[in-house]
Design a protein around this ligand. Structure first.
Ligand code: CMC
Length: 433
């Protein structure tokens, strides 16, 4: 945010107050109301933070009206087309694309940390076999602080750095182990000769009894899903990570908090809910019935994978995802093709419908991601864990940025209290029977 000398005046209870009016590099101007309460003794009221910038950040820019998403200034379309996930990790963490040598060193560093402490296996055994993998990874990631004592001092830059690398390196292993545990197969150790995405796929789908061969088209589709989900500025889970981190909590605890928040169906859980919905619809002739329900205010049903708090235009990630869905389904799976057709038809009809047009509801990233993940062989319960794995780099980059921000304060929103006050306590025996 540029410092300038502009102010906005606010008349509050007959007195005029001035607040700095600042312009970011891109996006709406910002009124800096940090002194509002101190000076004017009032709060602002903004449930869901629809008009509140909670921090200053250099990482990700979204223009929801135009459907633009950029990581450190690079468009998501360009990155999805030309880059790969580990390069995007470097970009998000350090602010610039790496040189060739930096890329090689970074890949070696991440690869060196892909294994998890052997004792972590005991944690997995404590969960029921039918536990949702999100429940497992929330617990296991939180438990990492009990295993990696040399990376929890948030005041030591070296420890912060190693915590970031560990998180990026270990999440694929932790997520794949949750999958293997739920299907009763042996865990597969990471293969450091494979790239990040191929290694993850191998840990999920290979078995010790058989030779595993990776497929480049599938690995590229996986890598693209990781890239598209890597960061999304101050969404609910990222804000949760920042809020947890603002108290000085260690990075593993903060990421576990983010994972827990991501699980909800309005956030990362939407991909699972969306594929279930598409299967429930089943055939294009049922679409009008479901659209009618989605438009009915008295029916809680919503079109999953549609709408977004920030995008009031196409979610740019949905475009890339749709192309990927076509490529993957052509290659691997014909049984999901009818579902892809239902999705395309649903999108077409919804976008011609006044209800969705008036409310600017477009397909979001989750509309097509479930179809791809399912075609790759993942059960629906693994969709949100894969989102969590991908988003980990975004969370940890935001946490890293926050820790060195000189304006950092513990996050402590206030409230508009509407409850009772000053009641007199009456002992239970004196209350009406
Ligand atoms: N189906 C039907 N109506 C909808 C939908 C939908 N998917 N989304 C929003 N609306 C309607 C909503 O009923 C409201 O109508 P009205 O003005 O008549 O009351 C209007 O559109 C505005 O909705 P809102 O709930 O005020 O919008 P929001 O910004 O609070 O919610 C959202 C955003 C993503 C939670 C919501 O669009 C939704 O529930 N979508 C389905 C779940 C989903 O796909 N979530 C994934 C989001 S992308 C991945 C991520 O970032 O996590």
């Amino acid at each position: 945010m540029k410092k300038d000398n502009r102010f906005v005046s606010m008349d509050i209870n007959g007195k005029t107050y001035k607040f700095p009016f600042t312009s970011p590099t891109a996006g709406p101007n910002v009124i800096d109301i940090r002194n509002l309460y101190k000076e004017a003794d009032v709060f602002t009221y903004d449930p869901g933070f629809t008009s509140t910038a909670s921090c200053q950040s250099d990482i990700t820019f979204i223009d929801g009206e135009k459907g633009i998403l950029q990581y450190r200034g690079y468009s998501i379309e360009d990155l999805a087309e030309h880059s790969h996930f580990l390069e995007v990790c470097f970009l998000l963490l350090y602010g610039d694309l790496p040189t060739y040598d930096e890329m090689v060193r970074f890949e070696e560093l991440v690869t060196m940390h892909t294994m998890v402490h052997e004792q972590l296996i005991n944690f997995y055994r404590g969960f029921r076999r039918d536990a949702h993998p999100m429940a497992i990874i929330t617990g296991v990631v939180g438990a990492l602080s009990a295993f990696y004592h040399d990376s929890i001092d948030i005041n030591d830059p070296q420890q912060r750095e190693i915590a970031c690398i560990r998180m990026i390196a270990k999440l694929p292993t932790i997520t794949a182990m949750a999958h293997k545990y739920s299907i009763g197969q042996p865990y597969i150790y990471p293969s450091n000769d494979l790239d990040y995405s191929s290694n993850f796929l191998k840990m999920c789908f290979s078995v010790p009894a058989e030779k595993y061969e990776s497929n480049e088209i599938i690995s590229t589709a996986m890598d693209r899903i990781f890239m598209l989900h890597a960061d999304h500025e101050q969404n609910a889970s990222t804000s949760t990570v920042r809020l947890a981190g603002s108290s000085g909590a260690n990075p593993f605890a903060c990421i576990a908090a983010g994972i827990a928040c991501l699980w909800g169906p309005a956030h990362g859980g939407a991909n699972e809910a969306c594929l279930m919905m598409l299967h429930e619809i089943g055939t294009p002739d049922k679409i009008p019935e479901y659209l009618k329900r989605a438009k009915d205010r008295n029916d809680p049903f919503r079109l999953m994978g549609f709408g977004h708090r920030v995008y009031k235009n196409f979610d740019p990630r949905a475009h890339v995802m749709k192309k990927s869905a076509d490529a993957v389904l052509d290659l691997v799976d014909s049984k999901n093709k009818p579902i892809l057709n239902v999705a395309k038809e649903l999108e077409r009809i919804a976008l011609e419908d006044d209800y969705f047009r008036d409310r600017k509801l477009y397909p979001n990233v989750d509309f097509y991601s479930g179809i791809i993940l399912n075609a790759l062989g993942f059960p629906t319960s693994m969709f949100t864990p894969i989102f969590a794995l991908s988003r980990t780099v975004g969370w940890i980059s935001q946490w890293k940025e926050m820790i060195v921000d000189p304006t950092l304060k513990i996050g402590r929103p206030r409230q508009k209290y509407m409850g009772k006050v000053n009641l007199e306590y009456i002992p239970v025996e004196d209350r009406p029977k």
